[in-house]
Design a protein around this ligand. Structure first.
Ligand SMILES: Cc1cc2nc3c(=O)[nH]c(=O)nc-3n(C[C@H](O)[C@H](O)[C@H](O)COP(=O)(O)OP(=O)(O)OC[C@H]3O[C@@H](n4cnc5c(N)ncnc54)[C@H](O)[C@@H]3O)c2cc1C
Length: 415
């Protein structure tokens, strides 16, 4: 792989950009691999990357039914934070956040990590109590968060209306090193690095069946033929239930469409991420100037990846209470992604009932931020066959044993 650098840009400019290599190869599948990962979203690609980098396992294929990053990874609102309540969650989200700090350098690909600060507004007494509790938990976990006053909120976000017609801003939980990243660049950066290690990323290739013998998976059936493997990783977010059904087990997952929208671009006016969970909306400004706005999840299970008008109306109406200046903005685009929701709003990483098959799913509305940490933990789990320390609490067995990791406050609305 030829490295990207200022020198490379100058060299290519001088020769009219005729020398750039393809960022990753697009091969036909081989007959067999040591490891197959189903799903070339961020989590699948990061798993493959850390399998190669940390564990030397490189005979790997990542199989994708569409295009890489075309699932939720390329559809989210890119918020990165680690201010979760429970120790297990804080550990894996903070591992991910800290890996994001140097991911561009590590992958030699600009993922545009922007630690501009993330703020979760407290607009009821109940939220103040909840966020103060999280602040105390984060201090014990070694995560830098702080409950800030309305005056500090106003200083950080001058366009905010503190009084609000319904809910005044009473303070906020502030994580100064939270922020955003460029979502598809994360997928592209990992894909390029995987391809460079000799791994095959096979797009436009749907897994349609899973072959098994004596309680173990022997390979997958795909629209590009049958492929054998020694280990299988299922990393397909909203399609997890479908793949589990193919493999013959069930998951405690519900799939729903979660929606988002962006406005026309305007001059820079907000340089932090603000979440207003009581009125249900959140917003940040992209480098292009668009307001990136998160909406709600559909109230019924479905597999559509479309937006719907009533979500635009509800979300914008809610946000205008806190940001009256957006009332005259035109909205440009809306979309949806199929998110995989567990009952405790925490992910599932680990073994399945099939000996050599592992699953990583259940990130629901908040798994962009966790991609590096999740890939790190999933790769270690797949390499050793035993749950990695970061993944230990997130096994499927917790639902049988009633050991929930309840993050419904940290992840119920906020992403
Ligand atoms: C609107 C919206 C806003 C969000 N905002 C945030 C946010 O601000 N911050 C945050 O942290 N998270 C956010 N999320 C959540 C985040 O996007 C997801 O948790 C994360 O991207 C999941 O990544 P993934 O790799 O598991 O799944 P995906 O990116 O969905 O990848 C799974 C891949 O599997 C493929 N696949 C499925 N079935 C098959 C098959 N049979 N054969 C082959 N391939 C298959 C799919 O095509 C897909 O590409 C948001 C999500 C949405 C939808």
């Amino acid at each position: 792989m030829r490295r990207y650098s200022a020198f490379a840009i100058a060299r290519e400019a001088a020769r009219f950009h005729t020398g750039w290599e393809r960022a990753w190869r697009s091969p036909m599948p081989k007959k067999a691999y040591d490891v197959i990962i189903i799903g070339a979203g961020g989590h699948g690609l990061a798993t493959a990357y850390y399998l190669g980098k940390n564990h030397g396992i490189r005979n790997v294929a990542v199989i994708e039914k569409g295009w890489l990053g075309g699932g939720n990874t390329g559809r989210n609102t890119t918020i990165i934070r680690s201010n979760y309540l429970q120790d297990e969650s804080a550990a894996i989200y903070e591992k991910a956040r800290s890996l994001y700090e140097t991911l561009s350098q590590e992958l030699n690909y600009n993922v545009m990590f922007s630690p501009r600060g993330v703020m979760m507004l407290a607009q009821t007494e109940h939220e103040i109590r909840g966020y103060k509790r999280t602040e105390h938990a984060n201090r014990l976990q070694g995560i830098e968060t702080r409950f800030i006053s309305p005056a500090e909120v106003k200083k950080l976000v001058p366009i905010i209306e503190l009084a609000g017609p319904r809910y005044p801003v009473l303070g906020a939980l502030w994580q100064p090193r939270g922020g955003t990243g460029r979502h598809d660049a994360v997928a592209w950066g990992y894909a390029r690095a995987c391809s460079d290690m000799g791994m095959d990323i096979i797009q436009q290739c749907e897994v349609t069946g899973i072959d098994q013998k004596d309680g173990k998976v022997t390979g997958v059936r795909t629209t590009k033929g049958d492929i054998a493997c020694k280990k299988l990783g299922i990393v397909v977010a909203g399609n997890s239930g479908v793949l589990a059904d193919m493999a013959g087990f069930r998951l405690p997952i519900e799939s729903v469409a979660l929606q988002a929208l962006v406005s026309e671009p305007i001059k820079p006016c907000i340089d932090v991420v603000v979440m207003a969970n009581t009125v249900h909306g959140y917003m940040s400004q992209s480098d292009k100037g668009e307001m990136v706005i998160g909406g709600g999840a559909d109230g019924f299970n479905n597999y559509t990846q479309r937006g719907s008008f009533h979500h635009v109306e509800e979300t914008v109406r809610a946000l205008i209470e806190t940001f009256p200046i957006i009332s005259r903005l035109k909205m440009l685009r809306q979309w949806g992604g199929i998110v995989d929701m567990t009952g405790d709003r925490s992910p599932i990483i680990g073994k399945t009932p099939l000996g050599n098959t592992f699953i990583n799913c259940g990130w629901g509305t908040g798994g962009f931020k966790s991609i590096p940490g999740s890939g790190w933990a999933m790769a270690a789990t797949m390499a050793s066959g035993q749950p990695d320390a970061l993944a230990a609490g997130f096994g499927l067995d917790r639902f049988r044993e009633g050991r929930f990791i309840d993050e419904s406050v940290a992840a119920g609305v906020a992403h």
